[in-house]
Design a binder for this molecule. Structure first.
Ligand code: HEC
Ligand code: HEC
Length: 202
């Protein structure tokens, strides 16, 4: 069979993307196992806990925790250091007068400058703080309608799978490691966790 130059080119581009993706995952430091990898665990509660533990690699990654801090200021970098310049959460997490998040954070990542961006870049509310959480504490928070924005478990699956601030975790711009795996793999882990009874690890 003769191959058209287009196919050869496309194959070349794919190989390049695959290599780039691989490098990206290394920068993230971790891979994410798909939900199917847990199917062999017969005990449902045990499987559920294992699924949440795997998904926790994403939720406790700096890309998420930096914007879900315990205090009044965002964190940054791979080492959860305080945001520079110092900014405060202000009303609704949008910053205080003169230091609004949107003054610097645009609708997209902006490089050079390494300023991350998204449709609406605001700090997660205090009741949604994940900084310093164990997997068990994280799990209880995510399930608790008093603290998760009044969401049902189905709505949690939807948020994790489709929200654009969550999605930013895999497209974080220059100089930042992406969250492990992909948003799709992550969303499927959360869905499988809910289907298996949403059990929490210790
Ligand atoms: C730029 C800041 C920002 C980033 C980055 C971010 N979030 Fe959030 N997150 C928010 C805000 C703001 C809310 C509240 C939105 C709402 O309730 O409608 C929120 C709410 C949530 C909620 C629902 C409430 C809860 O705590 O259970 C989940 C789940 C969540 N985020 C997951 C993630 C994950 C996973 C990541 C990383 C892949 C992430 N977020 C990254 C700002 C952020
Ligand atoms: C004066 C400009 C400015 C303002 C105002 C500002 N930021 Fe930032 N922010 C930046 C820059 C620049 C970076 C990237 C720093 C770097 O990575 O070198 C950043 C990084 C971040 C990060 C880190 C992302 C990561 O995972 O490393 C978060 C989270 C963040 N900002 C949230 C906020 C929030 C929420 C507000 C409003 C309350 C805000 N910022 C206000 C300039 C600003």
């Amino acid at each position: 069979m003769r191959r058209s130059p287009g196919i050869v080119l496309a194959a070349g581009a794919l190989a390049w993307f695959a290599a780039a993706g691989h490098a990206g995952q290394h920068a993230g430091g971790e891979e994410l196992r798909p939900a199917a990898a847990f199917a062999e665990i017969g005990d449902e509660a045990e499987r559920s806990r294992a699924l949440f533990t795997e998904a926790g690699k994403v939720m406790l990654h700096p890309r998420c925790v930096n914007c879900h801090p315990a205090g009044d200021s965002p964190l940054q970098g791979e080492d959860f250091r305080p945001h520079e310049p110092p900014v405060r959460r202000g009303l609704g997490g949008t910053g205080v007068v003169g230091m609004r998040c949107r003054a610097c954070h645009m609708r997209d990542n902006f490089d050079p400058g390494r300023v991350p961006g998204a449709h609406q870049w605001v700090l997660a509310p205090r009741r949604m703080a994940w900084e310093g959480f164990t997997l068990g504490q994280l799990c209880e928070q995510v399930k608790d309608p008093e603290r998760n924005g009044g969401r049902t478990l189905e709505e949690i699956v939807e948020h994790m799978s489709e929200d654009d601030l969550v999605g930013w975790g895999w497209l974080p711009g220059a100089g930042r490691s992406p969250a492990p795996g992909s948003q799709q793999t992550f969303g499927e882990l959360i869905a499988a966790w809910v289907e298996s009874g949403a059990a929490c690890p210790e």
